[in-house]
Design a protein around this ligand. Structure first.
Ligand SMILES: [Zn+2]
Length: 405
């Protein structure tokens, strides 16, 4: 059996051409065969053959357009479009308190979304996949969709995840390390399921729908319980060799420093992650257990010295980390995003000052920095976009196998 994890690199030459034609149709919206051949610098015969296979597979459809009124004669032009009804894809993000689900059609148009609350923020692998199944079923039920219509599911979790194999090295959402999720997905889920790091999903969503639209080189840094990063390089999501790349949160900022949830010391998120802020402002009283980031921001605004010190240190360190990214990548744009609570203004200003101070000064403007309060659906939307890509590759490979038989 072929793996559900389907990088485009595994396609043979004919299927790779079909994928390129499909991607060309997707980015154009509506396009003729002649224009596809021109855009891809390919022969009309190759494009016609690829379109035939995509039509047979139901992935695209034809639309006949009558020539415009000022053209007296002529046959209708045959245009091609993505067939939105081909199938549905679900994107899911595992957050601390809930699993957020978005279901889209093959065109990427939203069918519906759903938030499924979680009782525990850290689960054993089997329990987590069962929660995912519950969230998927509930989302489908809410929107009157048969679960069998879901052709693929893309799941984002925080941590070190190999997006090409479904192997998770470590995640703050899972009680065990080194988990091969593929067998659990096959056991509990009704369709091919793809796993990815959650910050990659935001990078994908920003690239397709947000501040990164049309950009080739940009970074997304997510700031929540931990700190995540997604890297778009030359227009592609960069995952690293083992799929463990871009773990900005575990970049060391202090030798032998504060203990991080990954087990090591001195990581960035051990100073700026939400859990670190709560820990470092705790004074040993009972009320500490229920403390939230809002409480800390509120205390700092009211002059609480400890809260101010902890937030001030966090914003300085985060600014240095972002400056290091600018010095390292020289990106066009950095999006700094968090879902809840929204960025607090003084905290953000101090962070940006630290960023400017620590960036190598050259006679060129700094990359644009967008500080964004992220709609939590954006994660799921990114997951759904990745899901469409993966399912497309699977469907094209499936079609290729049928043709060969
Ligand atoms: Zn760490």
């Amino acid at each position: 059996m072929t793996s559900d994890f389907a990088p485009a690199g595994t396609l043979d030459a004919r299927d790779a051409t079909r994928l390129r034609v499909l991607q060309c149709i997707r980015s154009a919206g509506t396009i003729s065969r002649t224009d596809i051949a021109r855009a891809l610098d390919s022969s009309p015969a190759t494009v016609t053959s690829a379109c035939g296979a995509l039509l047979d597979a139901g992935l695209i459809r034809e639309e006949r357009r009558m020539p415009s009124e000022n053209v007296q004669r002529g046959r209708p032009r045959v245009m091609l479009q993505i067939n939105g009804e081909a199938f549905a894809v679900a994107g899911l993000k595992v957050a601390r308190e809930a699993i957020v689900v978005m279901i889209v059609d093959f065109r990427g148009d939203e069918i519906g979304s759903f938030v499924s609350p979680l009782e525990a923020s850290c689960m054993d692998p089997d329990g987590l996949v069962q929660e995912v199944r519950r969230a998927l079923d509930a989302a489908c039920a809410r929107h009157g969709l048969d679960t069998a219509r879901i052709a693929g599911l893309s799941l984002g979790i925080p941590g070190f995840v190999n997006g090409e194999t479904g192997f998770m090295h470590w995640s703050s959402s899972v009680t065990e390390r080194n988990v091969d999720f593929a067998p659990l997905f096959r056991k509990h889920l009704p369709c091919p399921t793809f796993l990815d790091n959650d910050a990659n999903l935001v990078a994908k969503a920003e690239h397709l729908f947000g501040a990164g639209r049309g950009l080739s080189n940009f970074l997304v840094v997510t700031l929540e319980h931990g700190v995540g990063m997604g890297i778009i390089l030359n227009g592609e999501l960069y995952r690293g060799e083992r799929g463990c790349g871009a773990e900005l949160g575990h970049m060391k900022v202090q030798f032998g420093g504060a203990l991080c949830q990954c087990g090591q010391r001195g990581c960035l998120e051990a100073y700026v992650g939400d859990y670190a802020l709560v820990r470092d402002t705790s004074t040993g009283q009972q009320s500490d257990a229920a403390k939230s980031i809002q409480d800390i921001l509120h205390a700092a605004r009211n002059g609480d010295r400890l809260a101010r010190e902890v937030l001030d240190r966090a914003s300085q360190i985060l600014g240095v980390a972002l400056a290091n990214l600018v010095n390292l990548f020289d990106p066009e744009h950095i999006v700094l995003a968090r879902s809840r609570p929204p960025f607090d203004h003084p905290y953000t200003e101090a962070m940006l000052t630290s960023l400017r101070r620590n960036t190598v000064q050259v006679d060129a403007p700094l990359p644009e920095i967008t500080v964004r309060n992220l709609d939590e659906m954006m994660w799921a939307k990114g997951a759904a976009a990745l899901g469409i890509e993966m399912v497309t590759i699977l469907k094209i490979r499936e079609r290729g196998t049928q043709d060969a038989a």
